[in-house]
Design a protein around this ligand. Structure first.
Ligand SMILES: [Zn+2]
Length: 462
């Protein structure tokens, strides 16, 4: 019976063309067959439409991770969307499920954050098994499945740091160098002083070097440098250093802002910075306060563009045969018509020689800035490596381009009156991580040997 019916149906299927011309069209049956084919095709499409398993990234993919370190797993499925993810840590016979999550339809991207804190793993290697499925019906309604195994290492111990450079002496407004080693490779390291951070740099010998400043405006009692170092698993160690401080008194000066200076300097050179300020005296104040602040911020940002090894050698040169009309950290009181209108701190040293005197690079390095910089006028910044930079302001001519390597003594430009300068001179800054320090130390061969160069040798440098 069944066989006969099947044969009959089959025959009628082959006889379709003929029967459509016959007197009794079988419309209902054709409709049924079309629907059936549509259903089969749709079902097949549904079943096979997504053959791509979810994709995972992040975590990290290899290497050490800390117990408290936040691990971030990113999942993506462009087809039917994510259905489920399970993350299991496997260490020997121990298996700990760290993430077990299901997603509703339409979840094409997800981010799961977790730590190993509650995993009960011990320090050492372990495997992280990531299993993820999507909403596909294929295969056998299970969804496309991804399994990824990451070889990681649990490291819950912060690094041990050893300071090699003994006690560091700091003059207020001056610099110091700290040399230290770590029990393991560090992910980040530096010295924190109040809200300042001075990055440290690993040398070929494995020692870390950190040049830092005792900021001129920080009270000696508030100067408490701390090494802050994290290993590659993010375990952080904070440790103090031995140091001595020498408080300094900084000079003061009074500067009379004349009407001629306003008319011949401030208005022509600075009006474009503040076009809406028409009063010359008000314009001067905005230049002296706002533009100065912006320029200091720019200099601070350039402080990050530094080489990881020292590019300089020996004492720093100064502009030859120059008088010093302005000292470092000098508080300047500005007067107009006999009245105090402003007070600012001068954060470099002014050097006046003949007009348009050639300016030598104070030491070897790389030009990281050459151009106009507000109150500094035409300006050059040279990076000497290890956070150390020098700045040359008020130039009348710049002879070097950004990216140029310069040798100590090489002419980089000529002195001038560009920017906020009352007469032809060079404004010279020494910067550590973009913060001004007293240049006098860097001109002093004995200070440099005792405080910097001798310590570089501890790190295996010449
Ligand atoms: Zn100056």
């Amino acid at each position: 019976m069944t066989g006969n019916r099947w044969v009959r149906r089959k025959r009628s299927l082959f006889g379709r063309r003929e029967s459509s011309f016959s007197r009794r069209p079988r419309g209902g049956s054709i409709f049924f067959r079309v629907v059936l084919v549509a259903v089969v095709v749709t079902a097949a499409w549904y079943y096979l439409r997504d053959l791509q398993a979810p994709v995972v990234s992040g975590v990290p993919a290899a290497g050490p991770v800390g117990a408290k370190q936040e691990l971030v797993l990113r999942l993506a499925d462009g087809g039917t969307g994510l259905r489920q993810v399970q993350v299991t840590a496997v260490q020997g016979a121990k298996q700990v499920v760290l993430v077990d999550k299901s997603y509703g339809s339409g979840s094409h991207n997800a981010e799961e954050r977790f730590t190993l804190e509650k995993g009960g793993l011990v320090d050492g290697p372990f495997e992280l098994v990531i299993a993820a499925r999507d909403h596909a019906l294929f295969p056998l309604l299970q969804g496309n499945r991804l399994e990824q195994r990451l070889s990681l290492e649990l490291d819950s111990q912060p690094p041990t740091l050893t300071v090699q450079s003994g006690t560091t002496n700091f003059n207020q407004g001056g610099a110091g160098l700290v040399v230290f080693t770590a029990s393991e490779e560090l992910g980040s390291a530096g010295i924190r002083v109040a809200d300042h951070f001075f990055p440290a740099f690993r040398q070929a010998s494995g020692s870390y070097l950190c040049l830092l400043a005792f900021p001129w405006n920080l009270a000696p009692g508030a100067f408490v440098p701390k090494i802050v170092a994290s290993d590659r698993a993010g375990n952080e160690r904070v440790t103090g250093i031995y140091f001595r401080t020498n408080a300094k008194k900084f000079p003061t000066d009074r500067i009379v802002v004349s009407q001629a200076f306003l008319d011949n300097k401030i208005v022509p050179d600075f009006q474009h910075y503040f076009p809406e300020t028409s009063d010359p005296a008000a314009l001067f104040l905005r230049v002296n306060r706002e533009l100065r602040g912006q320029n200091l911020k720019t200099i601070l940002e350039h402080g990050r563009e530094t080489a990881a090894t020292p590019l300089w050698q020996g004492a720093f040169q100064r502009l030859p045969k120059a008088a010093v009309p302005g000292y470092f950290a000098q508080t300047r009181t500005y007067l107009m018509g006999g009245r105090t209108v402003d007070r600012q701190t001068h954060l470099g040293i002014d050097l006046a020689s003949t007009a348009q005197a050639p300016v030598p690079a104070a030491n070897s390095g790389k030009v990281i800035f050459a151009g106009e910089l507000g109150i500094y006028g035409d300006c050059v910044i040279i990076d000497h490596g290890l956070n150390l930079q020098t700045l040359y302001g008020h130039l009348s001519q710049i002879d070097v381009g950004e990216g140029t390597q310069v040798q100590k003594g090489e002419t980089i430009g000529r002195t001038g009156t560009s920017g906020l300068a009352g007469g032809d001179h060079l404004h010279f800054d020494v910067l550590i991580a973009g913060r001004q320090v007293n240049p006098l130390e860097w001109w002093d061969a004995a200070w440099l040997e005792n405080n910097i160069v001798g310590k570089l040798r501890l790190a295996g440098l010449p």
